[in-house]
Design a protein around this ligand. Structure first.
Ligand code: GDP
Ligand code: IMO
Ligand code: MG
Length: 421
């Protein structure tokens, strides 16, 4: 069974926890897009792990973890992540495979990302990790791939060609001194040496595994509404975080995908700028942020919080072909007297029941809510579905009915045990 996991909102839905759980049944786990803009949290016992590049299945012994061609890799961050895992007693090296075709994030990508943000009138609020500029170079066909780090001549030529153009731009447009060819060359060639044992043809590896009837879990990063095409452009990331990204980002055919699981928070959050129709008032935002510990796993920035938006998740269900949903962080809503679900938007007298593509509508629309009773003073830690307060079950039923996908997993805490199947 080959399963793709995607976020159905603006990222941070709790994908890391679900991937860790489902990895138990998989043979391979593969990241197919994004880079270290992602922060996927897995809690095991009293230990918390935050993965940026390494697939969240790595904690399960024997699972092969791959980074596909669709991802962008900052070798410095990857090296640190491997070292941190080693200090925690987990040896990732023997089970980690990196696509030779994945693009490399270089120092000039990081700096350009940050400089561009300072110049923009409408800021995106990027993570500043160089993601956008690295994908831009990939598409412009001047990118440097992991395989290039293994060839001193090719790497030297490509880097020199890039710096010739980029240093001019840095100096003239951004008043930045630019970058030294020799020092980047030396540092990244060394990363090539460090990672030489991991770099391989991941597409071939996965397709052979599929022939042998192995199970593959495709780990999506970000979320449907951060997708470069279907997200709230331009307030998005630079990769395809919807299901199609799993194919182009690994070289596994669409006909080999058996199932798509969507991960949704029981409310909505967003980090960075961009429209957010169901965003809470400032005071309630602070309250839920504290209660749900809604601070970015990568940048530590406070996340913006709002009510569950059925238009978004319904759109995500359709775009990704989601048949099953995991609803996360239901416990954060414990104790509220009333809970709202957004079922439509109103803009200039018109009602929208489908997620609008026009950013102006999204920016100015008024959400139409259905209000349902909450479950105040609730203290039971539910272990099975029947343990959930009847109002919590009614909330899930309502969501399920509107978004058109079955809720198969409900999460009520960050630990593996706090999961209802
Ligand atoms: P991801 O990027 O989708 O993997 O999500 P993040 O790891 O960035 O953010 C999810 C956060 O919620 C992490 O801190 C998780 O440990 C935490 N979390 C996951 N599921 C639950 C849950 O059901 N309840 C609570 N309270 N926290 C959860
Ligand atoms: P995970 O995988 C939440 C957001 C940034 C910014 C926009 C563009 O943990 O869900 P970028 O650095 O990608 O160019 O930033 O996308 N963003 C995320 N928000 N979770 C993420 O990843 C994100 N990755 C990027 O905050 O608004
Ligand atoms: Mg995250």
């Amino acid at each position: 069974m080959n399963t793709v996991i995607v976020g159905t909102q603006w990222g941070d839905e709790g994908k890391g926890k679900i991937i860790d759980i489902l990895s138990g049944e998989a043979d391979y786990v593969v990241r197919f897009q994004g880079g270290n803009n992602a922060g996927h949290t897995v809690v095991v016992g009293n230990k918390e792990y935050i993965f940026h590049l390494i697939p969240s299945g790595i904690l399960h012994k024997g699972k092969i973890c791959c980074i596909g061609n669709g991802a962008v890799i900052d070798p410095k961050v990857l090296f640190q992540e491997i070292s941190d895992l080693k200090s925690a007693g987990i040896n990732a090296s023997s089970r980690l495979k990196i696509s030779s075709l994945a693009h490399v994030i270089l120092p000039y990508h990081r700096i350009l990302d940050q400089l561009r943000e300072t110049k923009r009138k409408y800021k995106i609020g990027t993570t500043g990790r160089g993601i956008g500029p690295c994908y831009a170079d990939k598409i412009t066909r001047c990118g440097i791939r992991m395989i290039d780090l293994l060839n001193p001549v090719v790497f030297g030529e490509k880097l020199s060609d890039n710096l010739k153009e980029k240093n001019e731009i840095f100096k003239k447009v951004y008043k930045h001194p630019g970058f030294n060819l020799a020092s980047i060359y030396k540092e990244y060639l060394n990363y090539g040496k460090i990672f030489s044992g991991y770099i391989c043809n991941v597409s071939s590896l996965l397709n052979k595994a599929i022939e042998l009837k192995k199970d593959i879990l495709f780990e999506g990063a970000q979320g449907t509404f951060l997708d470069i095409d279907f997200g709230t452009y331009p307030f998005v990331t630079s990769s395809s975080s919807t299901v199609g990204g799993a194919c182009i980002g690994t070289g596994v055919s669409a006909v080999k995908i058996n199932k798509v699981v969507g991960v949704a928070k029981a409310y909505t959050t967003r980090v960075g700028e961009g429209p957010f129709p169901t965003e809470f008032s400032e005071r309630f935002n602070r309250f839920i942020r504290e209660k749900g510990n809604e601070f970015g796993s990568t940048t530590g920035r406070p996340r913006r919080c709002g009510w569950f938006d059925c238009l978004m998740v319904k759109e995500a269900v359709v775009l990704n072909g989601i048949s099953e949903l995991a609803v996360m962080k239901l416990d954060v809503l414990d104790g509220l007297k009333k809970i709202k679900i957004c079922v439509a938007y109103k803009y200039k007298g018109k009602e929208f029941k489908e997620f609008p593509q026009d950013l102006e509508v999204l920016q100015s629309a008024n959400p139409v809510y259905k209000e349902i009773p909450g479950w105040p003073n609730y203290v039971i830690r539910p272990k099975v579905y029947q343990d959930l307060h009847p109002n919590a079950r009614a909330y899930l039923d309502r969501i399920q009915g509107i978004v058109g996908a079955k809720i198969n997993i409900v999460s009520v805490g960050s630990a593996r045990e706090d999961t209802i199947f």
